[in-house]
Design a protein around this ligand. Structure first.
Ligand code: ATP
Ligand code: LTN
Length: 334
């Protein structure tokens, strides 16, 4: 599938918590089909995941679960390089180098660091602080041209670009400077119970998120109970009507209809109609994904083989970049 001139796409998700409809609409969905035009690398970023304590057995299970979901959502391992970050040692090696091209002040400004430190006040480890540098290493190792992510990763992408440009200024054009790909709708799905905060896969409240493996009746119940407001008038206004606006964004991302067209279509109808349609669309999306997931998940040897091959292909490309970096720095070749 790879040819010299094809641009590269890379993205990743932390194997923490459970994949949500936010992860799907903001990221995963947009990875599908890119292999026609790009060399595609999609990771499970297990090095990033340990910036928050993980249970050993659960982490191992989850990597297979997430990989099976990647495949069930439509990522064909024959056309996309699917791998686990810890299988490619160059990620950590390049991250070390890039740490020395990143300023403390830059990392201090990262909103994800601020949010995660507030949430895990008992474990504000150095890895949590340098998390964005490892992410920059992930991206720059593969000379990625485009990085499809949700809105919350925009700041990390900007830092990655700054680090790449800084390194290139000193050492010449070693790194491709990547562009984010952030979808116009669905890039920031909010919680069902707290529509002022991002839906998160590691959140505590079960009813706040729609998980990709939620059964249909659970999806329907959660959507029906989603927080809205009392005036029962459908309109898009994130500040004044965060819950209804979130449902409209989800429906727009799921159906492809524009938000103003949805507002017109639901005029005079109550929130129950909107919720009914959102639930229907989510169930229709998830049902075939879940069927496929159970088939793939039942084949652990296959999953292991996908990871083995993915790691091999990823490491081949990563090694070329790391050699160039070492050469630029003046390290003696091995
Ligand atoms: P966690 O809660 O475990 O920190 P998360 O749900 O934020 O995780 P990540 O692994 O950080 O998930 O993100 C994976 C991808 O999904 C990223 O591209 C991210 O931008 C996107 N994403 C995460 N949450 C949402 C959301 N609520 N809406 C849209 N995109 C999202
Ligand atoms: N930080 C990202 C996950 C991530 C990532 C990447 C995304 C790690 N490395 C490289 C795109 C490209 C997050 O979603 N929290």
């Amino acid at each position: 599938m790879s040819s010299e001139k094809r641009p590269t796409v890379l993205s990743g998700i932390q194997p923490s918590g459970r994949l949500t409809i936010g992860n799907y609409l903001g990221a995963l969905k947009h990875w599908l089909g890119l292999h026609d035009r790009f060399d595609c690398y999609y990771m499970l970023v297990d090095l990033h995941a340990i910036t928050v304590r993980q249970d050993r057995d659960a982490l191992r299970e989850r990597c297979h679960e997430f990989l099976a979901l990647y495949i069930a959502c439509g990522l064909d391992p024959a056309q996309n390089v699917l791998f686990v970050q810890s299988h490619v040692p160059q990620h950590a090696e390049l991250a070390w180098v890039l740490n020395t091209y990143t300023q403390m002040g830059e990392l201090n400004r990262m909103t994800q660091f601020k949010d995660k430190s507030a949430k895990h006040a008992d474990n504000i480890n150095a890895g949590l602080f340098t998390y964005p540098v490892l992410m920059a290493a992930d991206i720059l190792l593969y000379q990625a041209d485009r990085v499809p992510v949700g809105d919350d990763q925009k700041q990390h992408l900007e830092l990655t670009r700054d680090i790449a440009q800084r390194f290139n200024k000193v050492h010449g054009p070693v790194f491709t400077v990547p562009e984010p790909m952030i979808p116009p709708v669905g890039a920031r799905i909010m919680g069902l119970q707290t529509p002022t905060a991002k839906m998160s896969k590691s959140g505590d409240a079960e009813t706040d998120a729609l998980y990709l493996l939620d059964p249909p009746e659970v999806v329907t119940r959660k959507v029906k109970r989603a927080v809205t407001d009392t005036d029962n008038a459908i309109g898009f206004d994130v500040a004044a009507k965060p819950g209804v606006s979130n449902l409209l964004s989800m429906l727009a991302a799921l159906s492809g209809e524009a938000i103003p067209a949805l507002v017109d279509r639901f005029e005079g109808k109550g929130y129950g109609h909107l919720k009914g349609e959102v639930a229907e669309r989510v169930v229709a999306l998830l049902t075939p994904i879940q069927t496929r997931y159970h088939e793939v998940r039942a084949a652990p040897d296959y999953l292991q083989q996908v990871l083995r091959e993915g790691a091999q292909r990823a490491a081949g490309k990563a090694a070329i970049t790391l050699d160039r970096v070492h050469d630029a720095l003046g390290y003696i070749p091995r």
